[in-house]
Unconditional design. Structure first.
Length: 319
């Protein structure tokens, strides 16, 4: 006797196992790479995964600095000056990574310095992006005299060396955390304005923008709802690329003594202080802050490169 399933014809609309796209198992979660291309490119790259984990750990360490540092980073213990790391024979707790020439704990300075670097980097990028995006939208949408004025200002800004402009402003107004954020904002807005203006020029003649004009929407609504939303991809990519650049610029200014005040823990200041005694055998005072700076800048750069390749339509097939 034949079973009933043998008489049932196969449904042509139900794909068999051979025609289904292959799936991937990641830590117990199964997904189809063809349906989640960006997610698959992220999970399949160990370098990007490692960079993101490192960024998360550094941010978590910076946020929880008061609870994971053994001593105050500004506390000076002259009796413990130039103490080597804990694994040396004459190393001692709680100075796990040693101390500098004034007895400040290197580990505590690094953790609190990460807070300053991340705060300056994120705030400066957000402020400069806000200014640049607004001016870029106006230049690309309004055209005419507004575009000429804004783009000439952009050309002047981009023609000047960033570090020289920052040095001149900091020399005139002095050091300070608020001042360095303002300086980095002033020197960074032009890149966003040029990028947004070019994107707006490429989409302002699209059919949906012309339809918005036809139904009588206001220019502000058109710029925000249609032009800004469709320009978010290059803005996000540029923000991710600019964060490590701004962190390096802040460390450079602090290294030269024109960044944050000397009483504020900073990676640039720590590197400058340690450099004075590095060749006398106390290498840890400068090497460890430098390694921390390399880790945060390198990991953000790796993530920014992946984000640019993943969001750029021209290179999405290569990812």
């Amino acid at each position: 006797m034949k079973s009933m399933t043998e008489n049932v014809p196969a449904d042509p609309f139900l794909p068999d196992s051979e025609s289904r796209p292959p799936d991937v198992l990641f830590w117990g979660w199964r997904y189809v790479p063809a349906e989640h291309q960006m997610l698959h490119s992220f999970l399949s790259s160990r370098i990007v995964l490692g960079a993101c984990i490192l960024i998360f750990l550094l941010i978590a360490a910076a946020i929880s600095a008061p609870w994971i540092t053994p001593v105050d980073p500004t506390e000076q213990v002259l009796a413990a000056r130039l103490t080597p790391p804990i694994w040396y024979a004459n190393g001692k707790a709680p100075y796990w990574l040693g101390t500098d020439n004034l007895g400040r704990d290197i580990y505590s300075v690094i953790i609190y310095g990460l807070r300053i670097s991340l705060l300056v980097g994120i705030l400066s990028v957000l402020l400069s992006a806000s200014i640049g995006v607004c001016l870029g939208l106006i230049a690309g949408y309004a055209r005419g005299a507004w575009e000429s004025i804004i783009m000439r200002a952009v050309d002047i800004q981009l023609s000047l060396p960033t570090i020289m402009v920052a040095l001149c402003i900091m020399v005139m107004f002095g050091s300070g955390l608020d001042k360095i954020i303002i300086v980095l904002t002033i020197t960074g807005w032009a890149r966003y304005a040029r990028t947004v203006r070019g994107t707006v020029l490429s989409i302002r003649e699209k059919e949906y923008v012309e339809a918005a004009h036809a139904v009588g929407l206001s220019p502000t609504t058109i710029m925000i709802k249609y032009l800004l939303i469709n320009s978010m991809t290059p803005i996000i990519i540029l923000c991710a690329v600019e964060i490590p650049h701004v962190i390096l610029l802040e460390s450079t200014l602090s290294f030269l003594g024109l960044g944050v005040p000397v009483s504020t823990p900073s990676l640039g200041l720590a590197i400058a202080r340690g450099y004075r005694v590095m060749f006398s055998g106390s290498w840890w005072a400068s090497i460890f802050p430098g390694l921390a700076l390399i880790l945060i800048v390198g990991s953000v750069n790796v993530f920014a490169d992946w984000l640019r390749d993943a969001l750029d339509p021209r290179s999405r097939e290569e990812v």
